[in-house]
Design a binder for this molecule. Structure first.
Ligand code: 5GP
Length: 184
């Protein structure tokens, strides 16, 4: 099962996904490639494969990416071989943006798309503004990107509200299990 999880910046996607792995350690998370610089504490090969723009463009040309998109002036993409290998041994989680998710669905119709939603858009804006590490301009950019991501929610197979991290993680695992039953 290939499960694709998206959600706007600030929705707590990373925390929910971490909780899913705590509840079910047998899951594999795909490690994406990106051209953005690592943030403090991020490790190459764990959080992302950090690559140059030249290398990324070579990967696009060689068909090494299952999907990719460009936003916040950086490329992000899913390595095809990583996902195909991981799928041989179990369920794989991709955490990618809406454009990438819809491309994955087009290439792999059996992939399940799950959108994590905030309890309300007002709450999401509050969370984004409270991060405190970014300029007003960057925050405005993230808010408009969040609105764009949420505008695609009807194209997703499932939507889960992150009102409680453990409960949201549990609901996503239930969705994955139910979808696997359907595939059987
Ligand atoms: P961040 O820079 O905060 O780690 O991620 C920014 C955005 O890139 C997030 O919306 C995240 O879901 C998206 N993203 C991360 N990896 C990939 C990927 O492999 N493909 C695509 N299309 N988006 C990705």
């Amino acid at each position: 099962m290939l499960a694709v999880i998206s959600g706007p910046s600030g929705v707590g996607k990373g925390t929910v996904i971490k909780e899913m792995f705590r509840q079910r350690p047998s899951l594999t998370e795909s490690v994406s490639c990106t051209t953005r610089a690592p943030r403090a504490g991020e490790r190459d090969g764990v959080d992302y494969f950090f690559v140059s723009r030249e290398r990324f463009e070579e990967m696009i040309k060689n068909g090494e990416l299952l999907e990719y998109s460009e936003h916040f002036e950086n490329y992000y993409g899913t390595p095809r071989s990583f996902v195909e290998k991981a799928l041989l041994s179990g369920d794989v989680i991709l955490e990618i943006d809406v454009d990438g998710a819809l491309n994955v669905k087009a290439a792999h119709p059996s992939a399940v798309l799950i959108m994590i939603e905030p309890p309300s858009t007002a709450e999401l804006e509050r969370r984004l503004k409270n991060r405190g590490t970014e300029s007003d301009e960057k925050i405005a950019l993230r808010i408009s990107r969040a609105e764009y991501e949420l505008s695609k929610k009807d194209k997703y197979d499932h939507r889960v509200v992150n009102d409680d991290v453990a409960a949201a993680a549990r609901r996503i695992l239930q969705i994955i299990d139910a979808e696997k039953e359907v595939l059987r």
